[in-house]
Design a protein around this ligand. Structure first.
Ligand code: GCB
Length: 593
């Protein structure tokens, strides 16, 4: 699937704004045919945004089940004879969409795009009604999983990940038009031979046979540097300007679908020429050892929840630059494509993660303690779950395969990984990822409950990604003990001979809380001491090739005695003010100061 674009042959129309909205707690709307006319008893709702925090109403905030969104749009007159497509960048966690009275598409998974060819259901120059039934219930066959439990107070949605289950239409909805003969996909991979860049491309097209593909590669100044014809091929770029961390240099690959001298379709794909490779304990970008500095992040904002915001996108990258971070992980789901595009342009490196989080009954929201279920069993996470998970991996890679910023796939965060069930569940999923993308390393993020020697899934990864909280969840406040235990475990992992990225280490910190007493959890001083301790350990282990602090900013979770207005492990507050740790990290990471 191609991301909608305006080009010389393509036109798109943004449907963001205020849509009609209503909850459907009885699940009656489908049978009652709410899509057949104006949505009854509806209110207005912003798109893109999570619906949860917009209404000042706990029943909306904590709602699970069906919700309806509806809007109408004019199909431009000029689209007569064109192929017309309705495209959702995401709908969390699943959706069914109608155009006027016709059901056009259903999609499972809250963070990847889907679309429908609606040419036969609309008329250029006329208005069309678009209705989306969205459902945010988590169950054992959803990624992420959850359960609905019957309690004396009624049904409750439970899940095992440590962030609030925001839902709704979080990203842009587009109507777009192409020629009936059009491209449907493009894949680029790049390689280097000294100063020579090589770009392999493959296109897919649909519509007619009597067409030819022409490709033109232009540099950032717009000068043509290579051309080719045919549905696949290799472009060679002597004296290539590489894409590199901190240098987001992009070429523009224009693909044209030609009939005689007419361009039926033109699509622009940006290309960063770089290589990624794991070699022993090193993670190489362009053949040079790379050390990740940065964070695990979240899409989490006041009022709009997981709704995309361009203002925060730019601001967050400014803060990454300010603090000297060269990378982040899209913990714990695929982020907006706008984020990945921005990272490409600004040379920020990304570990790209699926929404497979909370597949671990030894943990609730990242916190230890049995949850009363078995993780992998015919009744819980089972073969059907794995199929949904496999599809989530395929969709992530299909969406993000062309981003030079993405250097590593993370297929899950902190699943149970010390059991036979886990080994059986995960082994094929690594194969799914490698088949979808043979060019990038694959890994998963290991949890403290499956330490070195016990984990049965790490054997399948190219890289070891570890989340550890020595000095926080264990050895709380006792950093000397934490330092010894941490180094001991890390030395074990180092013996595996693979690169190690510490994908989480962090301490909850209440902004403004201070103490003169060393080892005082929750204070700004402790967050700094805790990070310092971790850094001493990392600096002693050669196999550690990256440190990503948990978290970039404070974020919202379900309520609990361990969560004071959410998770406070942010180095910045939720409104992006620095804690003391921000300055400490800046001193460590900004080599230029
Ligand atoms: C983890 C999880 C993350 C939590 C974090 C915490 O290990 O991966 O989602 O938020 O711990 O703060 O407990």
């Amino acid at each position: 699937m191609l991301r909608p674009e305006d080009t010389s042959t393509r036109e798109r129309k943004n449907l963001n704004g205020l849509w009609q909205f209503r909850l459907d707690s009885e699940g009656e709307g489908r049978l009652a045919g709410w899509f057949r006319g104006p949505l009854p008893e509806s209110r207005e709702m912003a798109v893109p945004a999570s619906f949860n925090d917009i209404a000042a109403d706990a029943t909306v905030r904590d709602y699970f089940g069906d919700v309806w969104y509806q809007t109408s749009a004019w199909v431009p007159q000029g689209w007569q004879g064109r192929r017309i497509v309705l495209h959702f960048e995401s709908a969390t966690h699943r959706a069914t969409v109608w155009v006027n009275d016709v059901e056009v598409v259903s999609h499972e998974g809250g963070y990847t795009p889907f679309e429908a060819d609606i040419t036969d259901h609309v008329t250029a120059g006329q208005e069309v009604r678009i209705t989306a039934l969205i459902n945010n219930t988590l169950h054992w066959q959803s990624i992420p999983p959850g359960v609905i439990e019957d309690t004396p107070a009624g049904k409750r949605q439970r899940y095992w990940h440590d962030f609030f289950n925001y839902a709704g239409i979080h990203r842009t909805v587009w109507l777009y038009a192409t020629d009936p003969t059009h491209f449907t996909d493009v894949t680029v991979t790049t390689d280097l031979d000294g100063d020579n860049g090589m770009i392999d491309y493959t296109v897919d097209a649909e519509g007619a046979d009597d067409v030819e593909t022409r490709v033109i590669l232009r540099d950032a100044e717009g000068s043509e540097v290579a051309t080719d014809t045919g549905g696949s091929g290799t472009l060679s770029v002597p004296g290539v300007h590489k894409w590199a961390p901190g240098d987001g240099y992009l070429y523009d690959l224009e693909i044209q679908l030609m009939r005689d001298d007419t361009v039926l379709d033109s699509y622009h794909q940006s290309v960063g020429v770089r290589t990624v490779k794991v070699d022993g304990i090193q993670f190489l970008i362009n053949g040079e050892p790379f050390y990740f500095t940065g964070f695990g992040k979240h899409e989490d904002l006041p009022v709009i929840g997981k709704g995309h915001s361009d203002a925060y996108l730019v601001h967050d990258f400014e803060l990454l630059n300010w603090i000297g971070a060269n990378s982040f992980r899209t913990s714990h789901y695929p982020y907006s494509e706008d984020v990945l595009d921005y990272a490409d342009r600004h040379g920020i490196v990304i570990i790209d993660e699926t929404a497979a989080v909370g597949l671990n009954m030894g943990l609730g929201g990242g916190i230890f303690g049995g949850q009363g279920y078995q993780t992998f069993s015919p009744e819980t996470a089972n073969d059907a779950t794995r199929e949904v998970h496999a599809q989530a991996i395929r969709e992530l890679i299909a969406r993000d395969k062309n981003h030079p910023s993405v250097v590593l796939w993370s297929i899950a965060n902190e699943p149970e990984s010390d059991t036979e069930g886990a080994e059986k569940y995960f082994e094929p999923l690594f194969g799914v990822a490698r088949q979808a993308d043979p060019t990038r390393p694959v890994g998963f993020v290991n949890v403290m409950l499956a330490p070195h020697g016990k984990c049965r899934v790490s054997q399948f990864g190219d890289v070891l990604m570890l989340n550890r909280y020595y000095g926080w969840y264990v050895d709380t406040g006792d950093l000397p003990a934490a330092e010894l235990a941490w180094e001991d475990e890390l030395e074990g992992w180092a013996s595996e001979g693979k690169p190690i990225i510490i994908t989480e280490y962090g301490a909850d910190t209440y902004p403004g809380l201070h103490s003169l007493v060393a080892g005082s959890p929750w204070t700004e001083e402790y967050q700094v001491e805790y990070l310092d301790m971790n850094h001493r350990v990392f600096d002693r282990i050669d196999a550690v090739v990256g440190e990503q602090v948990w978290n970039f900013a404070d974020f919202t979770t379900t309520s609990g005695i361990m969560r004071v207005g959410g998770n406070k492990k942010g180095v910045f507050t939720r409104d992006r003010q620095p804690k003391a740790a921000a300055y400490a990290l800046r001193r460590r990471w900004r080599k230029d100061l």
